[in-house]
Design a protein around this ligand. Sequence first.
Ligand code: GLU
Length: 300
Amino acid sequence: MKKWSKLSKSHYRGRFAPSPTGDLHLGSLTAAIVSYLQAKVNNGHWLLRIEDIDETRNIAGAHQQIIKTLDRYGLHSDETVIHQTSKYRQLAYQQAYQKLKEKKLTYRCVCTRKQLSGVNTYPNTCRNQIYPTDSMHSIRVKTTHQYFKFKDFFQGHQVQNIAEQSGDFNIIRKDGLFCYQLAVVIDDADQGITEVVRGTDIMDSTSRQMYLIEQLNLAQPNYAHFPVLTDSNGAKLSKQNHSKAITHENPYETTWAVLQLLRQKPPQLKQKTQSALLDWAIKNWQPENLFKQTEINSLC
Ligand code: GLU
């Protein structure tokens, strides 16, 4: 793995990090397009990362399908695609866990899902208990009542507090899989990501990620949480609520519709090709049209 720390700060590196739980739908295509435009407008690199950390949710063949769809839409990763389940990524997460453990920031938690049902903020029940290695346990990281402030590119000034939002949080699940919060922080750092572009639905993860970044002494990226697309009931378009996969037949029309939803007012180009439309979008990207909006009704 290259050492990105040698790159100058001004070299923009962004990423799109889909989970392979199905093919892309309108919502995830929007994430791909927004992150791509942010990277290209800043003359940066756009990287694709397959977030397959939760192996229990992965769908066979989905990651190949996502890559195929992105190719069809002219969205090509500027570097090798990485997968969280690969051996070298798993090793990186293990090393990060060891560091946190050495700092005495981790502990075993035996609370069951049932005990925690309906609990939003973990009451740190197991923090001062000692459980044997062979008990069914997850690993949590100790947190503090600390305010994290950041200036989000789309949403403006944000203040979050882990103690109020989640309490001590899991970094390793009971089945031994590393959790998203840890993996994403290590991946973003190792890939030298300078701006994390993703939907507002994940914005409240940011303080947990900033906390891990601080504890592990990693470089702090900027954040840009764009408004997520919602359906007629106001629910986020997602694979869980059965959003339809996008079509491969007419990437131009689909991308045009996404740009329209993103308040970019795309014109009808004479040359109706995907590459001409992406070129137009890069040249005319007006992110300010999305400032302070947390969601967009996709039916409008
Ligand atoms: N893998 C997450 C998703 O598919 C994205 C996480 C992120 O961008 O930090 O929703």
